[in-house]
Design a protein around this ligand. Structure first.
Ligand code: 5AD
Ligand code: FES
Length: 346
């Protein structure tokens, strides 16, 4: 039995075995085998439904300085913005009319949005749209802050672990950030009853197949409700400006692997995947992804939330992306739906 068959049979491998599987990401027979199994599982739990979340990028101020990210603190060329509460609510209003029932509030780690302001925004969105889920994606906070947001009505939290290897984590982040704290945040969030999302960039500078093996083992152990992976894409104003972008085939291969390893997981076909390949998101659905997260941010600010170069959908209105994604999903036999799309694990 080959390594792919073994993985499919067991739903996981030992850490030392993963590199052997991952190195086959260009092998057509293996690709097809994993893809077929991933889609079988995806159809079993989700049918041909693709869940959608409206992304509100409400601030690009950030106190952190992650080496890969375009809105890192030391990028003095970044034009900074913060949406007002009214603007955030307006994004939700547009989104709600378009059928979105999950709002993802994403931003840099911006101290201006302290607990009090976040709680007020969360409570107001929940009051206006009681049928909607709120997802936060605002980085590392204290457990106390996470508790307050949860009590205010936040349902889910996205915090990519970025890499499960200590040395690689050091390579990607400045001294003040640590993998242990990142993991602690994820466990705290889980304990507080959030549906949580972890994840990493495929092809991040310095990443090895052994690192990816560690990521997979960590994900299996954490057992998150959602896993966000997308290719690394260099940003011209960062330390990694001259690095190569991640590989689309490897990203798709990993989507299949993660779908097989965590059958009920929510798995987005990311904007980064769509940026590197014009049909990247469609290919993502066809390899196991079942979520998309189009942008609801005001078009005037879209280009300013630039984590990486050439990001797609920075000129389109939310309604255009909604229509575009419906057509794209339909073109490969899937359908965008408007439910909250809670994790089947809860
Ligand atoms: N390329 C791809 N993804 C990136 N992210 C940050 N910078 C980049 C980049 N240059 C991802 C990180 C982060 C998420 C919000 O965006 O994984 O967690
Ligand atoms: Fe935004 Fe296609 S999804 S234009």
């Amino acid at each position: 039995m080959g390594i792919a068959e073994k993985f499919i049979k067991q739903g996981q491998l030992d850490q030392e075995e993963y590199p052997e599987l991952l190195k086959l990401y260009k092998d057509q027979k293996t690709i097809d085998l994993l893809k077929q199994e991933a889609v079988r599982i995806q159809k079993k739990y989700f049918g041909n439904k693709i869940y959608t979340r409206g992304l509100v990028e409400f601030t690009n101020y950030c106190r952190n300085d992650c080496y890969y990210c375009g809105i890192r603190r030391s990028n003095t060329n970044a034009v900074r913005y913060r949406l007002t509460k009214e603007e955030i609510l307006q994004c939700c209003e547009n989104g709600h009319e378009l059928g979105f029932r999950t709002f993802v509030l994403q931003g840099g780690e911006d101290p201006w949005f302290n607990d009090e302001r976040m709680v007020d925004i969360i409570q107001t969105i929940k009051k206006n749209y009681p049928d909607c889920a709120i997802t936060l994606s605002i980085g590392e906070k204290s457990k106390e802050s996470y508790r307050k947001f949860r009590e205010a009505g936040a349902d889910r939290y996205l915090l990519r672990h970025e890499t499960a290897n200590e040395d690689h984590y050091r390579y990607l982040h400045p001294e003040n950030l640590s993998l242990s704290n990142r993991k602690q945040c994820l466990y705290d969030l889980k304990e507080l009853g959030y549906q949580i999302g972890a994840g990493f960039m495929v092809g991040a500078p310095g990443q090895t197949m052994e690192n990816l093996a560690e990521d997979l083992v960590f994900l299996k152990e954490l057992n998150p409700h959602m896993v966000g992976i997308g290719p690394f894409i260099p940003h011209h104003d960062t330390k990694f400006a001259k690095e190569e972008a991640g590989n689309v085939e490897l990203t798709l291969f990993l989507l299949s692997v993660i779908r097989i390893m965590l059958p009920k997981v929510l798995l987005p076909a990311t904007t980064a995947l769509g940026t590197l390949d014009p049909r990247g998101r469609e290919k993502g659905f066809q390899t196991g992804a079942n979520v998309v997260m189009p942008n609801l941010s005001p078009v005037k600010n879209r280009k300013q939330y630039e984590l990486y170069d050439n990001k797609i959908c920075t000129g389109e209105e939310a309604a255009e992306c909604r229509g575009c994604l419906s057509r794209r999903a339909r073109s490969v036999g899937y359908e965008i739906v408007t439910d909250r799309g809670d994790s089947p694990m809860i």
